[in-house]
Write a protein that binds this ligand. Structure first.
Ligand code: ADP
Ligand code: MG
Length: 278
């Protein structure tokens, strides 16, 4: 544990703080989740173990990399060492852009979208990565707060706190998340599937264009009604029709008709971003 020198706290999560740390052996910087497990219920402990086990399976350039964990029994602390994402989370970047009256460029948005689709593809169909095949993993809580940026502004999908391995059945029940990014099927059937992650990602990308979530409401039920109608406002002229159409596909109300990552990754613009045609 004292292999790492503690630096400043960079965030606070549901289980504890996130701290920047420096590995003493080589000076490399990491992010460390610091969790006091005394305060956790049995259920939360199980969730944490599940999260760590999921993270271990995922090795992908656009997924926040998990390295190791340490248990400090004396102080009842668990330390999770992760890749440090210098650019912070996307929610903070969106807030900053809003404050400064700035916009994401069309190219930036396609790039982030392509990277996040690839990350999600690894979760849903993962067999491509170095980690080898694994059962489908649903993220369940895709939102700007859980997308991170590295020093090169590459997207990294993170915070798999709510995800759980799909247990073979199509629908994995029970969900708690931010209602803005909640899919229609979650509202009407309280059911979550891989397409619900696609919906949430569609919402995130729309938010990159307008700096606001696509569906909002004064009340929970107004928000729910708008999500179930699934009508999104057109984008400003800064963005192409092509981008708007793409988001419309991701935001199809009927999850059966909403494309999966395999289909979405075939789009020429996405392939171009990922240099898949060379
Ligand atoms: P929670 O499960 O409570 O949402 P997160 O894992 O999302 O916790 O972390 C909370 C915050 O800490 C993030 O929104 C972000 O600002 C910061 N953070 C978390 N992980 C990292 C990381 N790997 N690199 C940089 N900042 C991080
Ligand atoms: Mg989070």
């Amino acid at each position: 544990m004292d292999l790492y020198e503690p630096l400043n706290v960079i965030g606070s999560g549901s289980f504890g703080v996130i701290r920047k740390v420096r590995r003493k052996s080589d000076g490399k910087i990491f992010a460390r989740k610091e969790i006091d497990y005394r305060k956790m219920s049995e259920r939360e402990r199980k969730q944490l173990v599940a999260e760590v086990n999921i993270l271990r399976e995922l090795r992908h350039p656009y997924i926040v990399r998990y390295f190791e964990r340490h248990i400090d029994r004396e102080n009842s602390m668990i330390y999770i060492i992760m890749e440090y994402c210098e650019g912070g989370d996307l929610a903070a970047v969106v807030r900053k852009a809003k404050k400064l009256g700035k916009r994401f460029s069309e190219d930036q948005i396609w790039n982030l979208l392509a990277q996040l689709l690839l990350a999600l593809h690894e979760c849903h169909h993962g067999a491509s990565g170095k980690s080898g095949p694994h059962p489908p993993i649903l993220h369940r809580d895709i939102k700007p707060d859980n997308v991170f940026l590295d020093s090169q502004n590459n997207a990294k999908l993170g915070d798999f706190g709510l995800s759980r391995l799909m247990d073979g059945s199509d629908f994995a029940r029970t969900y708690v998340g931010t209602p803005f990014y909640m899919s229609p099927e979650l509202i009407s059937e309280s059911a979550y599937n891989a397409k619900s992650d696609i919906w949430a990602l569609g919402c995130v990308v729309y938010e990159l264009c307008t700096l606001e979530p696509p569906f909002q409401g004064k009340t929970q039920s107004q928000l729910a009604a708008r999500i179930q109608r699934g009508v999104i406002e057109p984008l400003s002229r800064d963005y192409s029709r092509e981008l708007f159409q793409f988001m419309r596909e991701m935001l199809r109300v009927k999850h059966e008709r909403r494309p999966c990552t395999t289909i979405l990754l075939e789009h020429p613009r996405i392939r171009q971003c990922l240099h898949l045609d060379q």
